[in-house]
Design a protein. Sequence first.
Length: 599
Amino acid sequence: MEDAFDLPERAVDSGSRDDLIRLSLTSIFSEHSVNQAWLELSRSHSTAAALNTQPTVSVLDSFTGGGNQDELFSNTLSQNLQLADDITYARNRHTFKAGGLAVAERFQDTDRSNFGGTFIFGTDFERNERGLPVPGQILITPLESYRRTLLRLPGYRPLQFTINSGDPFIGLTQWQGSLFAQDDWRVSERLNFSYGLRTESQTHLRKPLSVAPRAALAARPFRNKKSILRLGAGLFYSRIDPGITIETERFDGVREQELVVQRPAFFLSIPTVINRATSLTTLRTKSRDMTAPYSFLSTISFQQKLPAKLSVTMRYTWERGLHLLRTRNVNAPLPGSTDRPLPTLGPILQYESSGRSKRHEFVVTLQGDLSGKVSFYGSYQLGFARNDTDSSATAPANSYDLTTEFGRAAGDQRHQFDFDADFLLPWHIRLSPDIYVASSAPFNITTGSDDNGDTLFTDRPAFGKAGDAGAIVTRFGIFNPHPGPADAIIPRNFGRGPGEVSVNLSISRTFSFGGVSKGATTEAPIGSKDRNDGRAFWPRLKSGITDRNYRLTFSMEASNLLNHTNFGAFNGVITSPVFGRPNSADDPRRINLGARFSF
């Protein structure tokens, strides 16, 4: 499961191969028009096979062991054909551009994931000798529930068991296309205006065509021409990943079935035949009104040249995202009941475009090139990003109430600072440091149980008070792990990890040597006065000498020079013994030595 420790026994043998052929043609029709066309053929083949085919045992936010049922066996072949053509026409103060792109993709996917089954352990209760919960509903952790299940104590068992069966092969063809047209209008020496329109189309959508207008303005507001003001706004669409269509066609209930057994009476030894009367079949569908996600993006920036070859830029960006993708169980038990809207069917996990987002971002940058020996770039970013879904795989805590989902985006890091520099030291030694510092990123907090019976372990706790029965006190607050209908659920991505610090350094020294040799050849323009008049240039032979220069470069690159520990994902199940602790980390300090010879 997500955010858990993977044991070594879940190792996977994987491989991939990519092939690409690209042909391009540039045609100059006149001094005013240029056409560029290209054709690309690509092929990607990947395979994966688990070294251990035993059932997976997932103890929420504690560990995941057994076989790797997520990648039990897969064989994916994708073939891609792309054809594009762009034409540029310049006349007077206008530069017109137009073009199109057509993409045909063919997928052949064999995926036997979870054909061996997965057991999931979550939060449970203290039970008496008859296996019934003791009064007061005393919670135990997923790890303790797993331990007691191994001891075969009465009443303790996994919370859920899932297994797939059927035909694992899917063949799919998808077409994509886009057209655009724009005009860059040089109104005056101090004002440029750009405007255009772009259309996107894609198969496997009810509304396959999307239209995106865009416009931008660049002006020099002062006569000294040391300042530039830029404004821009437009719509930007995202394409639907073909993997969503593949999943919905695979798990249609006929081709392949995903069985879900709540609190199975068996563990590790899986019955040859699972009683369908006590299990549910999970279907995956796409919403009938699914549309391509899009965002409205607007930005304003001001750039000012400063003395000593310095330049400062300030930029503000506002973004509003709509029709973002999420997953929702549209056949979950109705609130306060165990009845489903379609009682003869099990969970129906529906991909839908019902999400939204907002983002504010302010960036200030300072860059300069001092005396040709010192150049640098520094930026500070202040951002606020909120949404109610982070990806197509994001599921709400309550499938019937999306109002509690709007919170911090998974990538919402409030402050970010980046500094890059390049120093040319004596003896031609080049020193290039790179420093990145960022504030904490959020993570989601869940209960580790499935109180609403939607088969998704996305339930979030409610805010609690000190002294409340069953309340859990953490460094992030006091939480009620089993909230009632009137309790206030905590926002999504409520947890917060530590900040991030990364310092990288590169040092290099280049030695040049070689001589001269007689030959024929320099390239010089003919038929034009200078290289900026837009006319063609042709090589002209000239007898003389050529300089053959050899270069030998020695380098040392150090990543994470300070060996600072930057954590990855965090454990978010409040009943886990490792709640709030990281379960992964980025690479430690690494030093690479290299040598390169060129001529």
